[in-house]
Design a protein around this ligand. Structure first.
Ligand code: GRF
Length: 199
């Protein structure tokens, strides 16, 4: 591990604002993690520009070029293994992975989700929160296990749901907290304060 920092590989599919938050945090030499590589399953992901700007290598593995989910996952698995990450951080990565892949990276893969898990898993969690009428929502960083948005929680941040909120307004308020929470959660893993609960 270079300079003792936690080696993080980031997986993106789109805008990449969480990736940018991680890259910005890692730009500080005192940060206990570094982003060693970025992988995108979409060639047009906006987040690729953030990797380039930070001088972090990025690889596109276009899922559309693979005949099956298994074939894509095997290619991603090989590419990931080659960069020897301590942690694989899903940052707006919009692919459901096979159980074989998830098991292979068990205890190393983490995800951020814009709700207070276990509430509002899956798509449109902010819309789900508004429909449920909750007064508080937020975001969660959790270990990736089989089952979408399941897996042990590492850290959560709360955000108020305001009267008259739209889905976009709530999403934007949560996103501000995501950008603080994700670097904090990776620092917790780096320090050993957060560990995957084995057994
Ligand atoms: C974030 O809200 C993240 O929690 C969710 O997808 C969104 C990705 O945004 N999984 P970005 O690509 O990091 O800007």
């Amino acid at each position: 591990m270079s300079a003792g920092r936690l080696r993080v590989a980031a997986l993106i599919s789109g805008r990449g604002s969480n990736l940018k938050a991680l890259l910005d945090a890692a730009a500080d030499p005192a940060c206990p993690f570094e982003i060693v590589h970025v992988f995108s399953n979409r060639p047009d992901a906006g987040g690729l520009a953030h990797a380039a700007a930070a001088g972090v290598p990025a690889t596109v593995i276009d899922h559309k070029l693979f005949a099956s989910r298994e074939a894509f996952d095997m290619a991603l698995d090989d590419a990931l293994a080659a960069v020897r990450p301590d942690v694989v951080a899903f940052a707006g990565f919009m692919r459901i992975l096979t159980n074989a892949f998830v098991e292979r990276w068990r205890g190393k893969a983490v995800n951020i989700h814009p709700s207070l898990l276990p509430l509002f898993k899956g798509l449109h969690p902010q819309r789900q929160a508004l429909a449920a009428g909750v007064a508080v929502s937020g975001c969660t960083v959790h270990w990736v296990t089989p089952g979408v948005d399941e897996g042990p929680v590492i850290a959560r941040a709360e955000v108020p749901v305001l009267h008259g909120d739209t889905e976009d307004a709530l999403a934007a308020r949560i996103l501000v907290e995501e950008h603080r929470l994700y670097p904090r959660a990776l620092a917790m893993i780096a320090s050993g304060a957060a560990r995957f609960p084995e057994g």
